[in-house]
Write a protein that binds this ligand. Structure first.
Ligand SMILES: [Zn+2]
Ligand SMILES: [Zn+2]
Length: 299
């Protein structure tokens, strides 16, 4: 998923490169400099998600609209239909181990996918990027004002991923509805991806205010923990991207997978990730008047 938003840039920059080899850097730099261009884009920003200036806790941009709720309902229905299809198919074929294992793989895949996607939108593109511009802008805003995610209403936070899940999963359901193992993987993966933003919001919560069951799931590593995600918002701002269970974070960071991908994209295509420009105002948390994002009971 994370690769998609860059197609436009890749295509664009590659085309230019054929003509003007020695001007690559200047061209790419212009493409990947978000903060300077953002104010000019303000009139294009929709009222749904992005927040350009420091938001207040009661900002209308944090509230759910009926459109958000409709998309989340559609996404949930799609995921539940996929899982139900898996259960019915498994019962008919008297098999349990395979779909359960497949569902577990889907859960693991979702965490990895959330990391790759999050890394992509944190580091590349800007508000004007086709399709993913709103998400990119929202995630960049999240680094500046992390506490806002705890004030966002449920459907406001999930609707973008619910839309992606609906469009991606419905065709798979139509094609593979008679394959319970596939349905288990797709249902779990898409469900976890859709709810990853809720898990992310919980990772920004304070222990005393979260439901005890959520704290238990975080503490046992089923959901991404508050302390692990807190490290994502601390220098050097280039790790802990996974936001479902966080199970991949350590491996990806120790093997420096994202750093390797960044080097490949830079040397092959000249794309410069935002995390290399640290410290700068894009990632640094602004002082805010709300309760702390990661309070002292984080760990
Ligand atoms: Zn991030
Ligand atoms: Zn966060």
């Amino acid at each position: 998923m994370s690769i998609l938003p860059h197609h436009h840039h890749l295509h664009h920059t590659t085309t230019i490169r054929h003509r003007r080899h020695h001007h690559n850097h200047r061209i790419y730099y212009a493409v990947t400099t978000p903060i300077k261009t953002r104010p000019k884009l303000e009139p294009l920003v929709t009222t749904t998600t992005p927040i350009i200036t420091s938001p207040k806790a009661d900002d209308p941009g944090l509230k759910s609209t009926w459109s958000h709720r409709a998309w989340v309902a559609t996404g949930c229905t799609t995921v539940l239909a996929t899982l139900a299809s898996s259960v019915v198919g498994s019962a008919n074929e008297h098999m349990w181990i395979e779909p359960v294992l497949s569902g577990f793989m889907g859960y693991l895949f979702a965490d990895l996918g959330s990391g790759v996607y999050h890394w992509g939108i944190d580091n590349y593109g800007d508000a004007s990027t086709p399709v993913f511009g709103t998400q990119i802008d929202a995630f960049q805003g999240h680094h500046k004002w992390p506490w806002t995610i705890t004030k966002r209403q449920f459907a406001n936070n999930l609707h973008a991923l619910a839309r992606v899940v609906t469009y991606a999963v419905l065709p798979i359901d139509l094609l593979c509805h008679d394959q319970p193992v596939v349905m288990a993987f797709v249902g779990m993966a898409s469900g976890c991806i859709m709810f990853s933003q809720q898990f992310h919001a919980w990772a920004h919560g304070t222990k005393s205010k979260l439901p005890p069951v959520v704290v238990a799931l975080q503490d046992t590593g089923v959901l991404v923990s508050r302390s692990q995600h807190a490290d994502h918002h601390r220098p050097p701002y280039n790790g802990n991207y996974c936001i479902v269970s966080g199970v991949w974070n350590r491996l990806l960071d120790e093997l420096r997978v994202f750093e390797a991908l960044e080097m490949i994209l830079f040397f092959k295509l000249g794309l410069r990730p935002r995390s290399w420009s640290e410290p700068n105002s894009d990632w640094t948390e602004e002082a805010e008047d709300s309760p702390a994002t990661f309070s002292h009971d984080t760990c």
